[in-house]
Each structure stands twice: as structure tokens, then as C-alpha cells.
Design a protein around this ligand. Structure first.
Ligand SMILES: NC(=O)c1ccc[n+]([C@@H]2O[C@H](COP(=O)([O-])OP(=O)(O)OC[C@H]3O[C@@H](n4cnc5c(N)ncnc54)[C@H](OP(=O)(O)O)[C@@H]3O)[C@@H](O)[C@H]2O)c1
Length: 245
């Protein structure tokens, strides 16, 4: 397809959400479908992506909802998924890097588990970064390319405290990636931002006492995924307000 694609009211474009089979990712995919995006509901196990996609499709609307197998910790899976998206639908306007793991919550930084730190970085940082780069050729053809990196206040260096070193470093690295890509892609119309969903009652947050609903947690991510052309880039936001990097 030649040239950059337009996105008007009747054509919101195509969005890919990672880790969309449950939690915040599922709700982001649902809200984007509700707004008329064609959504690629990706999960590391396609058997989990399929029922999630069917549930979102059952929710109504005209949007197309498609399951996609994508394990962001696997470079081969990232390449395969990018090739599939390039073949069909052959278009991408929004990437939401939501997939994430917390493998060392509460672990002391003075007694780190380096294997867990490495595994956390593999998914939360390398997965998101590799995927963004693999999908850049498609995103560059969008008239309104958007990348949202789902980070965490725990990755903010300015106010960083102790414990959970792997999780904190993975999100700080993700935030650095947001700054690097947003700077280099600013001249091409991209909006690349980090989002903290807040303390959300998912499988990850609920055991730690989180009370915020997935609907509210997802809303700030969807806002960044659907920014107008005069919206911010290179920022870090929670519920639409800036937070310290
Ligand atoms: N909940 C909170 O309070 C909170 C706060 C700040 C930031 N966040 C961030 O928000 C994002 C979503 O978190 P959540 O609360 O919704 O967590 P969750 O309920 O634990 O869901 C995590 C999602 O990520 C997927 N995932 C994990 N590893 C993956 C991989 N290698 N490839 C593809 N998908 C993978 C999981 O898939 P499986 O089902 O296959 O495991 C699941 O769909 C994460 O990045 C998290 O760090 C959450």
C-alpha cells in the first residue's frame, strides 16, 4: 500500500495489544474495539487469546477483533507475529505494550535474584522494545502512529524507593525506551508515551491490595493510544496527568 494511511471517524485503524487475554490488557483491547478500532488481541498462548477475542467481539460493535499468538519474551515469536500482521491486516496504527510480569515483588535490592531480574527484563523491557522495532515499518505507514508503553510508578527513578529491583529496573528501562523512540520518531508524527495504570485490582495487583478497577486503569492507556495529532509525546502519565520519570 502506498503512502500514509488516514484515520477519520469511520476508520479508526488497527490496534495491537500485548497480554490482552486478561487484566488491564483485555480491558484496553475491549475499550479500543468499543471506539471502533480493529483490534489484534494478542497473548502468548493463542488458546487464551481466542476466547478473549470472542468475548470482546460479543460485546457488540462493528469492530473486527482477531486473536494473535505473541510471546513477547521470545524474539522468534515477535518476528513471526510482526510477519503475520504485515500480511494481514497489513496495517498498524496503535501498539500497546501491556504484557508484563512481576517476578520479584518485595525482594530486597541488597539480596537480588538475578535470574528473576533477567527474566523480568526479557518480558517487560526487551519484549516491548523488540516488538516496537519489529512493527515500526507498519506503524510508519500509519497517518497517526501511537505507541503506549504500559509502565509503572515503580519504574520512576526520580522518586524510586527500595525492593522489587527487577520489576523497577524493567519499567525504568521501558521509560528510557519511551524517551529514545519518542525523540527519534517525533518528526514522523509518532506519539510514544509511557502510562502507569495506577494500582489496579488484577491478578498482579489484587494480591497486593489494589482496589482500582481495570476499567479505570485502562482508561489512561486508551487516552494515550488515541491521542490527537497535537497530543503529547515522550511523556509518562497516570490517569491523563504527568508523573515523574
Ligand atoms: N495491576 C497493577 O496494579 C499495575 C500497576 C502498574 C503497572 N502495571 C502493569 O500493567 C500491565 C498489565 O498488568 P496486569 O495488572 O493486567 O497484570 P496481569 O493481570 O498479571 O496480566 C499480565 C498479562 O501479561 C501477559 N504476559 C506475561 N508475560 C507475557 C509474555 N511473555 N508474552 C505475552 N504476554 C505476557 C499475561 O499473559 P498470561 O495470561 O499468559 O500470563 C497477562 O495477559 C503490566 O505491564 C504491569 O506491569 C500493573
Amino acid at each position: 500500500m502506498a503512502g500514509r494511511q488516514a484515520m477519520d471517524d469511520g476508520d479508526r485503524g488497527v490496534a495491537l495489544v500485548t497480554g490482552a487475554n486478561r487484566g488491564i490488557g483485555f480491558e484496553v483491547a475491549r475499550q479500543l474495539a468499543e471506539r471502533g478500532f480493529a483490534v489484534l488481541v494478542s497473548a502468548r498462548d493463542v488458546a487464551r487469546a481466542q476466547p478473549a477475542a470472542e468475548e470482546i467481539a460479543r460485546g457488540g460493535g462493528e469492530a473486527s477483533v482477531t486473536a494473535l499468538e505473541l510471546d513477547v519474551s521470545s524474539p522468534a515469536s515477535i518476528v513471526a507475529a510482526a510477519e503475520r500482521v504485515a500480511a494481514d491486516p497489513g496495517r498498524l496504527d496503535v501498539l500497546v505494550n501491556n504484557a508484563g510480569v512481576g517476578l520479584d515483588f518485595g525482594v530486597s535490592g541488597t539480596d537480588p535474584d538475578f535470574e528473576k531480574i533477567q527474566a523480568t527484563l526479557q518480558t517487560n523491557f526487551f519484549g516491548a522494545y523488540r516488538l516496537a522495532v519489529a512493527l515500526l515499518p507498519l506503524l510508519r505507514r500509519s497517518g497517526h502512529p501511537r505507541i503506549v508503553n504500559v509502565s509503572s510508578g515503580m519504574g520512576g527513578v526520580a522518586e524510586m524507593g527500595g525492593w522489587s529491583p527487577g520489576y523497577r529496573v524493567s519499567k525504568a528501562a521501558m521509560n528510557a525506551m519511551t524517551r529514545i523512540l519518542s525523540t527519534e520518531l517525533a518528526g514522523e508524527g509518532f506519539k510514544v508515551n509511557s502510562a502507569c495504570p495506577g494500582f489496579v485490582a488484577t491478578d498482579m495487583g489484587a494480591p497486593m491490595g489494589a482496589k482500582k478497577s481495570v476499567k479505570d486503569g485502562a482508561a489512561g492507556i486508551v487516552w494515550l493510544a488515541t491521542l490527537p495529532d497535537d497530543g503529547p509525546t515522550g511523556g509518562f502519565f497516570r490517569d491523563g496527568s504527568p508523573v515523574a520519570f
